[in-house]
Design a binder for this molecule. Sequence first.
Ligand SMILES: *Cc1c(COP(=O)(O)O)cnc(C)c1O
Length: 429
Amino acid sequence: MKLYNLKDHTEIVNFEHAVKLGLGQQQGLFFPVELPVITSVELSKILKMDFITRSTEILSYFIKNEISKDKLYDCIKKAFYFQYPLKVQIKNNIGCLELFHGPTLAFKDFGARFMAQMILSLNKNNESFTILTATSGDTGAAVAHAFYGMKNVRVIILYPKGKISELQEKLFCTLGKNIKTISINGSFDDCQKLVKEAFDDKILKESIGLNSANSINISRLLAQICYYFEAFSLISEEQRKKLVISVPCGNFGNLTAGLLAKSLGLPIKYFIACTNANDTVPRFLKNGIWQPNQTVSTISNAMDISQPNNWTRVEELFKRKKWDIKELKFGSVSDDETKKTLHELFKIGYISEPHAAIAYRLLKDQLKEDEFGLFLGTAHPAKFKNTIEKILNNIITLPQALKNRINLPLLSHNINPNFSKLKKFLLEK
Ligand SMILES: *Cc1c(COP(=O)(O)O)cnc(C)c1O
């Protein structure tokens, strides 16, 4: 598999390098040189396969012979050992694709666990390296758990202090061992900027073997393509003809993966890109002007991102496929509307959480009568227990994964959003 740097098309790397590097020169993201397309015959064949076998097929269309199918199958089996996506019927023509049944209760387990398997299997000489990543809430936990206890790997996770839920924090800041966490006195965008600065520092990068693990790593995106096919396999022939998918977006990795699934040949009618008040993309799609505002805190905190990294990949894909960007539907939902929507869902018997509720709101409002819609359930409601209990006035029970961590002490360090402070930490700890 060959990939090029979106900022410098002459930088071309193979899959192994793209996974190891995370980002290319000038902080450019990697994008596949070839966009494979499968026939409808192949599609119906793979739709009948089980999730692991099918995912192996899908990923080998992209990765090709750089990793053998057998090896890929083993990695995928280890990565996706938990319960696969679930489709829950909400209304006649609407379902939720629940992606939060992994060990850290968010869809990010898919990407993070597959990436960990890839990094591990590509590290043939057992070199030591450091994973540095920024999280707006859920990536941190998924990455931390995916690498926890692995030899030769040090994981450092930056997160905005006080801007993630208490339970999200407990899930990854209590692990210790090879997992180090730093709360940053700033926003997620500040954390993301620090990560980019570290990657720009060539000497630092080489001396500690730096690798990134947020949604910019191509292996995470590829892994996420798989559950769109699973979703398709779970619905009826009739529903397949008019499928609309609504995606709650932060860094736009999940949407990019969905679009790659479509590009590969999955007949999805259209997507809805959903944001909270951090609506850089919806405003851009409306008026063509890219104008990120200051990031604001919302109850859907994992989407509190005003400079989404993956947007350049979305644009590149539309360009390469000659798709019209107008085919991408969009919208933003305020906290007030999100709360109302949580009530609305609760009344019809479904307890959701703020991120998925945003996707449900826009799907419900934009879906036409003859269409079938799926919105992505990106996190388990228990991760936002306090918020949801207050909104719904109803007790949320904690799954075991969270119960186990709730009383453990936080092990995080704290620094200001200052690169030299971070650098010192990276070199010393
Ligand atoms: C990360 C996250 C999102 C946003 O996903 P992106 O791929 O960054 O767009 C949405 N919801 C939840 C719960 C998340 O953790």
